[in-house]
Ligand binder design. Sequence first.
Ligand code: AMP
Ligand code: ZN
Length: 273
Amino acid sequence: MDKIELKIKNTIEKNKLCNKKEKVLVALSGGKDSTLTAYLLKKLGYNIEGFHIDLEIGTYSKRCRESVEQLCKDLDIKLHVYDMKKEMGAGMCYLRTSIQSKQAKGNLKNCAICGVLKKWIFNKCARNLKADKIATGHNLDDEAQTFLMNFFKGNPKLSANSGAITQNIQDEKFIPRIKPLFYVAENDIRAYTKKLNLPVIYDKCPCALDSYRIEVRKFLNTLSTKEKENIVKNMEITMKKLQKSKENIIQYCQYCGEPSRNNICKKCKLMKF
Ligand code: AMP
Ligand code: ZN
């Protein structure tokens, strides 16, 4: 068994991410991380289906969708596609710009808005498709990056619920999210998907323009994989203490009915319903 394969197998088993009876919906963006997640879960014998959101960001989205369709055809994975224009009335660029233009300070970053909308879609659709878990392609670099950003901004508590599986939320309407590549470094993923010749779009999303994230990413790239692992391991140790003290009352959003920590969910707050 390859080194990455073994690492993923251990991550899944040690953290009880999923079992072979459960239906796991893999959120496929067309990029290397989620593509490898689906490839390995399938190879290890898990019961997976694919889920792709067509964000309608011009040719970039078109290429991503084609890549996901190719992967699912090659690996015989059932694919569900959510078309933002059809379902929400507009593509991500339009929705995001209109949200940003309504903000008093206008400081919400593109990726933050896109992230909130995607998570809302994942949960709602996974529940409708009767999935037990949602798997995303988040990797070691993503996790170290998010943790350091929260830390540098003086808000490490924002990482309190980070982990290979969503922590601290138990609600029948909430579908837990798992990250099988949580401990795998980005460089190893890139090398492996190239070796396997999987259909992958290696370009970055044209809307990912958060300069702070890019700076933190540049800094992280000066570190070794061992050091990145240490950041994430330390995050897990310290955050466990925060989790215990954090209040976790789940309510249902008064507009859309989705589970949320507040009476209005993040997506409806953004879209000002
Ligand atoms: P990102 O927030 O773009 O770094 O993506 C993180 C993870 O979310 C990816 O590894 C995918 O699992 C998932 N994801 C991102 N974009 C999409 C998409 N358009 N459709 C489905 N899943 C996605
Ligand atoms: Zn809502």
